[in-house]
Write a protein that binds this ligand. Structure first.
Ligand code: DGJ
Length: 729
């Protein structure tokens, strides 16, 4: 049993294979956090919580119990207005304009399995014995607002998920002004906060800083999870490292605006919270209606940041991603974007594919520019019919030519967008997000379709399905290239305008659910100007994401390293592109570009017809090698060895689940004169086995490789790299 309730102690104890999470009902009414961390036997946990009477500035709700105060209680789902002055998990406003809510325990149930969240992406259990779920119902008797806290324990995966749902069981209207998915009051403040922040083409840099008193948070107000902040935070106990120490991760399964952070209070309790961004959010609940928050995924690891990452990788790879490609190796692709941009015809595409096929590539992806009258990014989004000037034989003809070369054919879309210069916009000017009478701000000369509208959803499903049925298309790149402005919907009444952004996400999820189920054998890759929506919400529908528009091998070290904090390599698109690199102008060798890109879903994005014979020989070998290591990269365990945020060298490695195969990638950015000789200690191998260095007869002990290490590779020149494989004897 993963979840137990001790009625005497009023204690809920949730256990995974390696962790415990517990909370109690103070006075039988108020859910109060007790513990989250390494697994604890039995139910002695209540003895952990100490209470002390505080000054009158921390009032107490039970008059005769001076040592109970909401201001000091470690809450499981704090409200506001009756003496907890810290940041609340929710705020509800009633017909009389007031915002005070008094939630008290009403009932609970424990069920096998993990029910889906209606209309939302979420981690799933394949069978009921993989998970157990606790629902705790709290109720405000005056208003009739009920809040159900849902906890699911995935025992063997070492994961606990949390969400909340609000039901209006009263007769009035309730306006939700804030509805976070979870809040946990962690004892003490001896933690560092880690988050992944960046910008377009510089996504997911790793930031770590000690907590200080007060609020510290990250958020997106862009209507997407964003390049700037990823919906993830971790608390690392002071001194925790990549390999050791207590780490607590919280990851948000959502693709829209979010808020995540920590408030350290006067008694040094650290309140960790995460959910839909309350900024510009509101949700009106009429009598009988329910609102479900998205899910947060909580991971505790005593084995440092690396241990936490591997738990997320396994979970997201196997119980978040879905579909035929979840467990299938991903094809080596060539994409024409950086090769041609908008300037191509069918012969040019075929010529690129012909070289790709000769070199072992498996999928040709036709990127932007195949539809409407699109010869630049100024028009035609929404007009998803073939540009007959460029492709007179249509998609059938292009796909046929590609298939004849023995390759699969994939296609780019940007379905959520509309160009003002398009047939779609001229026919339906009301179909975009906008506020009546206000200027419609464009980004890349485009507006955003109002995907909260059922008619827009239907249009998207039918139009995209029509194109996918019109030719043998086995891969889709689903792009999205701007953020929301003038967020309003022509179909919603005034009092529901602040629901638009979340309704958009629900609409998008519904469209994705229907399209991906109609085309179960198509591999979908999500993209938002690269990694602007690299989040668990999108991974639920599409098992891989274009990691960044920046394909420079050296920039990618930081981008892929930062992304690996939460997301598995099987989720990351990684391509070799041309030099000088189009984003940063850097020159790196084909080898280094290959070693970095081979650490994800590998592909090429350059004009293959310009390859010399020497390039072709290198690329042929790269692809052959990638095909050998592909299952290891896509399904193996990932270990970070050296951080690009800490020095001149980046290194990581993959180890197969049975620990028989491994691969190390090592990149040195700048060469140094007369440099010291370095050692690199490997991780994750079996210490009792011997491993052969691939391509040689040299045998090493697993213990030797991990405890003594190997001589760090040395290079002549900048941007040197090595890919080293050890295979068990
Ligand atoms: C942004 C994407 O990230 C690129 O890879 C490319 O598909 C362009 N959009 C096309 O407009």
């Amino acid at each position: 049993m993963a979840i137990r309730f001790d009625a005497n102690k009023q204690l809920f104890h949730l256990q995974t294979a390696a962790t415990s999470y517990a909370f109690e009902l103070v006075e039988g009414k108020y859910p109060s956090h007790v513990y989250w961390g390494r697994r604890i036997r039995g139910n002695q946990l209540h003895t952990l919580v100490e209470r002390a009477e505080r000054a009158s500035f921390s009032p107490h709700p039970v008059p005769e119990r001076g040592n109970i105060s909401f201001d000091t209680m470690p809450h499981e789902y704090p409200g506001y207005g009756n003496s907890d002055f810290r940041t609340p998990a929710f705020e509800a406003q009633y017909d009389n304009g007031t915002t005070v809510t008094d939630l008290r325990y009403e009932s609970h149930e424990i069920i096998q399995g993990k029910p889906a969240l209606p209309g939302l992406p979420a981690v799933y259990a394949e069978s009921d014995d993989e998970a157990e779920t606790l629902r705790v119902k709290l109720r405000d008797s005056l208003s009739g607002l009920a809040v159900t806290l849902t906890y699911t324990v995935m025992e063997s995966l070492n994961v606990i998920t949390r969400s909340a749902s609000f039901s209006n069981e009263g007769s009035g209207t309730v306006l939700l002004r804030r509805a976070l998915s979870m809040s946990i009051d962690m004892p003490g403040d001896r933690f560092d906060l880690l988050h992944l922040s960046g910008a377009w083409s510089r996504e997911r840099d790793v930031y770590r800083s000690p907590l200080r008193p007060g609020m510290q948070s990250i958020e997106s107000r862009r209507g997407s999870s964003s390049h700037m902040q990823n919906p993830f935070v971790a608390l690392l106990e002071h001194g925790a490292t990549e390999d050791a120490g207590d780490v607590y991760g919280a990851s948000f399964v959502y693709s829209g605006s979010f808020l995540a952070g920590v408030e350290v209070d006067q008694f040094r309790t650290s309140r960790l919270f995460m959910g839909i961004n309350p900024f510009d959010f509101g949700w009106q609940l009429e009598a009988g209606e329910t609102f479900q928050t998205p899910e947060t995924v909580l991971v505790y690891s005593p084995d440092g940041l690396g241990g936490m990452s591997r738990i997320y990788h396994e979970l997201y790879r196997t119980r978040l991603c879905r579909g035929a490609y979840r467990d299938a190796v991903r094809p080596v692709l060539v994409n024409n974007w950086e090769a041609t941009y908008f300037d191509f015809d069918a012969d040019k595409l075929e010529a690129i594919a012909a070289v790709g096929s000769e070199l072992g590539m498996e999928l040709f992806v036709l990127d932007d520019g195949w539809f409407g009258k699109r010869n630049s990014d100024t028009n035609s989004l929404g007009d998803w019919f073939v540009n007959k000037e460029k492709l007179p034989g249509g998609l059938q003809d292009v796909a046929g030519r590609i298939n004849k070369l023995g390759m699969q054919f994939g296609l780019w879309f940007e379905p959520e967008m509309v160009s003002p210069d398009s047939e779609l916009y001229r026919a339906h000017p009301d179909w975009c997000l906008h506020v009546p009478g206000r200027y419609r701000t464009e980004g890349r000369q485009q507006l955003i379709l109002d995907v909260s509208r059922p008619d827009v959803q239907q249009y998207l499903i039918e139009t995209i399905s029509g194109v996918l049925s019109s030719a043998p298309i086995t891969y889709v790149k689903w792009d999205m290239n701007r953020n929301m402005t003038e967020i309003g919907s022509a179909l919603l009444p005034p009092e529901r305008q602040r629901e638009t952004a979340h309704r958009y996400m629900l609409g998008l999820y519904s469209v994705l659910e229907q399209i991906t189920s109609r085309f179960p054998n198509v591999l979908f890759e999500s993209c938002s100007g690269g990694g602007g929506r690299f989040d668990p919400g999108m991974l639920y529908y599409m098992p891989q994401t274009w990691t960044s528009d920046n394909t420079d091998a050296i920039s990618r070290l930081r981008i892929q390293y930062g992304t690996s904090i939460v997301y598995p390599a099987s989720a990351m698109g990684a391509h070799i592109s041309e030099v000088p690199n189009h984003q940063v102008g850097r020159l790196t060798s084909l080898q280094t570009r290959g070693h970095v890109a081979m650490s994800g879903n590998f592909g090429y994005e350059l004009d293959l017809t310009e390859f010399t014979d020497e390039d072709k020989a290198i690329v042929r070998d790269q692809i052959a090698e990638y095909k050998t290591i592909r299952p290891l990269v896509q399904f193996g365990d990932f270990y970070r060895l050296r951080s690009p945020f800490e020095g001149n060298v980046t290194s990581w490695m993959f180890v197969s689940k049975d620990r028989t195969e491994s691969m190390v990638v090592y990149v040195q950015v700048l060469n140094e004169p007369n440099e010291p000789l370095g050692r690199l200690k490997l991780k994750g191998l079996d210490p009792s086995r011997n491993y052969r260095l691939a391509g040689t007869d040299r045998i090493y002990g697993g213990d030797e490789l991990m405890y003594a290490g190997i001589a760090a590779p040395r290079f002549h020149g900048d941007f040197g790299s090595a890919l080293i494989r050890f295979i068990a004897e």
